[in-house]
Ligand binder design. Sequence first.
Ligand SMILES: [Zn+2]
Length: 454
Amino acid sequence: MKKMRFVTDSLNYMSHDEIVQHQETKLLKQMKYVYNNSEFYREKFNENGVHPQEIRSIEDFRKLPIMMDKDQERKSQQESMERYGHPFGMHLSCSPDDVVLTATTSGTTGVPTFTYTLAQSDQDNISTAVAHMLEYGRITAGDRLLFNHALGVYATSAAIPGIRHAGVLPIDVDVRAGTSEILRYAQLTKPNAAMMTPSLAEHLIQKAPELIGKTVGELNLSALYTVGEIAIGIPEVKKKIEDAYGCRVYDWIAPTAGTVAFSCDSDDYHGMHCVTPDFDLYPYDLVDPDTKQALEIKDGVIGEAIYTSLDRKAVPMLRMASGDIVQVFTNECPGCGFKGYRVKVVGRSDDMLIVKGVNVYPSAIKKVINNFTPHVTGEMRIVLNDAPPRVTPPLVVKMEHGLNIDTNDLQNLEEKIKYALKHQVRMTPEIIWCAPGTLEKSMGKTPLFEKNYN
Ligand SMILES: [Zn+2]
C-alpha cells in the first residue's frame, strides 16, 4: 500500500517535535504579519492586552481566547463593505487588488462568508496540496477529471486551479446541470477520475443504468474523490461506492482552503490524513465545543477544530472556532504508515442534539443504522418538531427499510436497531419506517433533519 507523505517534502524527514517547532516559527511570523496588516486582528490583540511578540509557543497561543467565528466574520465583512467597498472583511491582510479567487461555502445558513478568499501565494499552496492528493491516487498529467460540484463562487471551485496545476484536465460539469448532463459528459470525455459529493456518487450508481444503459463501473474511473459529507467514514458506504465504481474512493477536505486532508489507500478507513501541518495549525488545536477551553491533543480526542493559518496572505484565520467537530488520531496510520495526524469528522456543532442531557450527533446515528444494511437502505432523517439542540424525548427517526424485507420482520429489526442505538449512542429513538426510495436523496448534501418548526 502506498504510504502517504506530507506535501512539503522536508517535513517527511522531521520528527514530530521538529514539525511542531517549524509550526511555531511560522505561527510567530503569521501573527506579526496580521498584526501589521489587519486592523481587525490588531484590535483583537489589543483588547486582550497581548502583543504577538509576547507569544513564544503554540501552548501560549492556545491560551488566547477565540478570535474569529462565523458571526464575527460576517460582521467584519459588513464593516469592510461599508468602509472600503469590498466584501472580504476587515481581517483582509493584503490589498483587495491582490485577491485572485474568492468563494463561499454553499448550503450553509445565513449570509455567505468569503472564507475562501485567496491571494496568489494562498492559491499556490492549496493547488500544490490538491495536486499531491491527485498524485497519491495515481492521477497525473494527461489525465481527465470529471468535476461535479457547484461551480463559480462556491468553495470547491478553489480546487480547480490545483487540478490544472497537476496537469490534469478538469471536465467541470456543474452539479446543478443535473444527472443526465453529468453522465453524458462522462461518456463523451472518458475521465480517469471524478470529484463529487458522496450523495451524488451514490445517486449515480442508481441512475446510470437507466440514463446511459451502463453501470458506473463501466465508466472505468481509477479514482473517486468525495467531499462535503460524512459518508466514506461509514464502512458500508465506502464499500458500496468502491464496489460499484471499481476503484478507490478518497474522502477529502480543505477547510478554509488553508489546509488539505484526505484518506489513504487502505481498505479500512483510517480518517483523513493531515498532509499540510505547515499551512494551518489544524488539527493541533481543539477545544470543548461548549466551554471553548483548549483540549489536550492525544490519540482519539474529540473536540471542535480551531483553525489558525500559518502561511496565509489574504484572509488569515487566527484561533477561528469552526463549529467542525472532529476526532484526532496522533498515532501512525495502521493502514499506510503515515506519521502525521489524522482526523475523522464527527459532525457540526450546530447539528448536535441534546437528548436527556446526552450530546447526540446525527452522524453517530447514521453510522449505527448503516450496520443494518441491507435490512435498511441507510437513508434516514431525524424529525425535529422544535428548534435544536434540545429535543423532547423520544427522538424521532425516519428510516427506509431494505427492498426485500418482510414487513412482519420489521418489529424484530426495530428492536435490534433500538438496542444498538441505546448502547452506542446512549439514546432510544422512536422509529418511523419508510419504503425504500421514499426519502429524497440530494445531489449536494443530503439533509440530516426534517424540520417541522419555524
Ligand atoms: Zn493511511
